[in-house]
Write a protein that binds this ligand. Structure first.
Ligand SMILES: C[S@@+](CC[C@H](N)C(=O)[O-])C[C@H]1O[C@@H](n2cnc3c(N)ncnc32)[C@H](O)[C@@H]1O
Length: 271
């Protein structure tokens, strides 16, 4: 029998990138080849077909850019620790596992209850139930020796700026000199939400407007890279179907593309 879902408003949005990855996996030229996403979409009792539009492919392209940030870290630190804050039903651990790293996936209780129906902890993979805005998870992660890569994909966008800024300072202080990847959206992206077909299908709305990720340097971060869908890492662009590469190159300067940024920071731990 299919698994029913009982998820809060923001939590339900995890089903959008899941469906995006499942559709991508069914393509002849798939970017992520996430076969598990297909299994999950089949196993979960939910009308995924209500999700339409470019955000589905966008969630796949976004995941591939974030994957490469993590891969770069693991090339330098193969025994390093990765923490995915607000993991949803992401399969990033399976995609990037090098047989040595240590991985923590964190999400809130209702999402984790769903996740645990499909994923198991192992000696190098641990799921944590908690909120990225709390500090409870810090100690468990900080027990790990060596470098830590923090990542939060399509999560903080849904929360008010003050709450996000305070949490960035908290995380920067707790994990100094750590890479931290997350996305930001400018005013145009936020204003156009009601016109985005995926947001017509769910009640959640994004709240945090960040026009320039460099302004976050005042919250204990240093900006290292800021990419849009038009400026992926060259190694990532090569994995994208030509229609995305060429289309995004042609329209990459337009506000709908430039407003959404996939950033890599380093925490400096200052307030
Ligand atoms: C759009 S989904 C993104 C999921 C995943 N990062 C991905 O890209 O597939 C938003 C996620 O934020 C999670 N979330 C909501 N509130 C959270 C919180 N306070 N702490 C951590 N995660 C949270 C939701 O449960 C959901 O998994």
């Amino acid at each position: 029998m299919a698994e029913s879902v009982l998820l809060g408003e923001v939590q339900e949005t995890l089903l959008i990138p899941l469906y995006g990855r499942a559709r991508d996996a069914a393509q002849r030229r798939s970017v992520l080849s996430d076969r598990k996403a297909i299994e999950l979409v089949v196993a979960i009792d939910y009308d995924f077909t209500k999700f339409r539009g470019p955000s589905l492919a966008g969630s796949v392209l976004r995941a591939s850019i974030f994957d490469e940030y993590v891969r770069d870290f693991l090339r330098e630190h193969p025994d390093g620790t990765v923490v995915d804050l607000g993991c949803g039903l992401s399969t990033r651990f399976d995609r990037l596992d090098n047989g040595r790293l240590r991985w923590f996936d964190l999400d809130v209780a209702d999402t984790m209850t769903l996740r645990r129906r499909f994923f198991d902890d192992s000696d190098r993979y641990t799921m944590i139930t908690g909120s990225l805005f709390d500090t409870d998870w810090h100690a468990q992660v900080r027990e790990r020796p060596g470098p830590i890569f923090l990542l939060s994909e399509a999560v903080m966008l849904y929360f008010p700026a003050d709450q996000v800024h305070a949490t960035l300072r908290q995380i920067a202080a707790a994990f100094p000199a750590s890479p931290f990847a997350f996305d930001t959206g400018g005013p145009i992206m936020m204003k156009n939400q009601d016109r985005n077909p995926v947001f017509k299908a769910v009640p959640a709305r994004m709240k945090w407007i960040c026009a320039d990720p460099a302004t976050l340097e005042r919250h204990g971060l240093r900006l290292r890279q800021s990419r849009t869908f038009a400026t992926p890492q060259p190694s990532v662009a090569r994995t994208w179907p030509a229609r995305y590469r060429h289309g995004l190159k042609a329209f990459g300067w337009t506000p709908p593309v430039t407003t959404y940024k996939l950033n890599l920071f380093t925490t400096v731990g200052q307030d």
